[in-house]
Design a protein around this ligand. Structure first.
Ligand code: FES
Length: 115
């Protein structure tokens, strides 16, 4: 489990809610869909706003609060037939903690830690 990093406590993300965390200086959205946690890039591919903090989660679909692009948090794919998608990250739950395989830092960025 060494490639995984702890990013949150499971109790911080009740069912039907989401949370933004930062790993390697990148925003990751955590979503609780019927008790399963999914992790995706938290930057909407349209204009980069937070999907987890400003979007609306309905089942497995998060809809951006700005211009309503929608993504399936289970796959990262568009939920409305567009070509755009968001990165997904593997999730593990252990002892009430949420771990993910973190996104790689942007080139040239110093290596950050989960916050
Ligand atoms: S910023 Fe998300 S749809 Fe425009």
């Amino acid at each position: 489990m060494s490639e995984y990093v702890k990013v949150a406590r499971l109790c911080e993300i009740p069912e039907g809610t989401s949370k933004t965390v930062w790993v390697n200086q990148r925003a990751v959205g955590l979503f609780n869909v019927e008790g399963t946690i999914y992790a995706i890039s938290d930057a909407c591919p349209h204009e980069g706003v937070s999907l987890a903090s400003g979007g609306d989660l309905d089942g497995p679909v998060v809809t951006c609060g700005y211009h309503f692009w929608a993504f399936d948090v289970r796959t990262g794919e568009s939920a409305d037939g567009m070509d755009e998608c968001v990165e997904t990250y593997d999730v593990r739950i252990d002892g009430g903690d949420v771990f993910i395989v973190p996104p790689k830092p942007f080139p040239g960025a110093s290596r950050g830690e989960a916050v």
